[in-house]
Design a protein around this ligand. Structure first.
Ligand code: CMP
Length: 140
């Protein structure tokens, strides 16, 4: 499998509950390496830009409001097949559907407040990583 990088966000519901370390442990136990990481507080406009693909969805405004409601931790995860592996570790978007042992099964509070975001494909991973990080900030 190819070495990949993916963008991960630990969301406000998780940073509020002091879960950054427990979530990072899940990534590292799965063999994903955290090769860049920073804690930031997004404005609603910045969250809106990041989630622009969802602009027409009914939950867009609520999503942007939530993502700006408290700090997030943005990260680059690296590993063999990192994009798919991260999605497995996160579990389904709706925690009610997430497999046992996944981050969302253990920590998410609802489909909106679902603790983590992960890129869904190589093209989106490249765009999402560049949204938050310069090349100099990623140390593999
Ligand atoms: P994420 O993987 O970050 O990508 C888009 C986000 O939209 C998703 O996780 C959820 O947090 C959010 N989302 C998806 N469906 C809904 C919904 N029905 N209501 C509120 N938020 C949603």
């Amino acid at each position: 499998m190819a070495l990949e990088r993916t963008l991960s966000i630990i969301k406000p519901d998780a940073t509020r509950r002091n879960l950054t370390g427990k979530i990072n442990a899940k990534f590292e136990e799965a063999g994903l390496r955290i090769v860049a990481q920073k804690r930031i507080h997004l404005t609603k406009a910045q969250a809106g830009k990041f989630y622009e693909v969802h602009k027409e969805r009914p939950f867009y405004d609520e999503l942007c409001e939530f993502m700006a409601s408290a700090p997030v931790v943005v990260q680059v995860l690296e590993g063999d097949g990192a994009i798919t592996k991260n999605r497995e570790v996160m579990g389904a978007t709706n925690p009610a559907d997430a497999a046992a042992g996944t981050i969302r099964a253990e920590f998410a509070q609802s489909v909106g407040e679902n603790s983590v975001h992960g890129s869904d494909a190589p093209e989106t991973a490249a765009v999402e990583i560049a949204f938050f990080f310069s090349g100099l900030e990623i140390v593999g």
